[in-house]
Ligand binder design. Sequence first.
Ligand SMILES: C[S@@+](CC[C@H](N)C(=O)[O-])C[C@H]1O[C@@H](n2cnc3c(N)ncnc32)[C@H](O)[C@@H]1O
Length: 250
Amino acid sequence: MTESDQRTTHFGFQTVAEGDKAGMVHGVFTRVASRYDVMNDLMSGGIHRAWKTAMMDWLAPRPGQRLLDVAGGTGDIAFRFLGRAPGASATVLDMTEQMLIEGRKRAEAENLADRLDWIVGDAMALPFEDESFDVYTISFGIRNVTRIADALSEACRVLRPGGRLMVLEFSQLPNPALQSAYDRYSFNVIPLMGQLVANDRASYQYLVESIRRFPDQESFAAMIRAAGFEQVRYRNLTMGVAALHSGWKI
Ligand SMILES: C[S@@+](CC[C@H](N)C(=O)[O-])C[C@H]1O[C@@H](n2cnc3c(N)ncnc32)[C@H](O)[C@@H]1O
């Protein structure tokens, strides 16, 4: 038995062996890949687009930068980044090949294929040399990663000094009444939508449970500092339904 068979973690509200979680997450995203983009629009009423725009506004991409977008899925963040930064390039890394396949189709349709690389890989063990990128992004990905601290320390390793980390993730509403209204929506409506639109209730049940398990804004900011980033700040989006965290490798 290996150490990761003995250690446990969470998969939504279930406790699972650490070594099993990545395979379960991979299963979820392989199943939802072909409906991923349409489900994002439906579940959030399109608001995820405004959050991604807010991410780009704070990030302020510059010409020629090299972006690494981890857990980049179907490429939403990389496309937006390249759209704002002439001469920039982007590497999209994700552990689920099926998500990258959907992304590649979109890149070809949007004539962005020659500025993009698509790599199957793990956020916790990035297949890149130290100091290879100017910007590291991870959007709605980090809460799925088995050992978040390992992913953040890999982010710090692959960024050049002066490089920037930005994380977009679901977060916690500071107001308990709003949090409870939001919980009612997410636990009742989202798995049902998953069943009706993607014929997959379980994957969307995991999604809402994983959101509730993710650390609050301050705790996550502390994890980013612990990984070696400085000037760590966050901004709430839609009252804390999601949050952006920014940090610099100095
Ligand atoms: C909710 S999707 C986010 C996709 C995209 N970034 C977006 O904002 O729309 C989460 C992605 O994280 C990927 N993922 C989860 N754990 C990962 C890991 N350890 N390494 C790389 N990718 C991972 C999944 O395969 C999935 O494509």
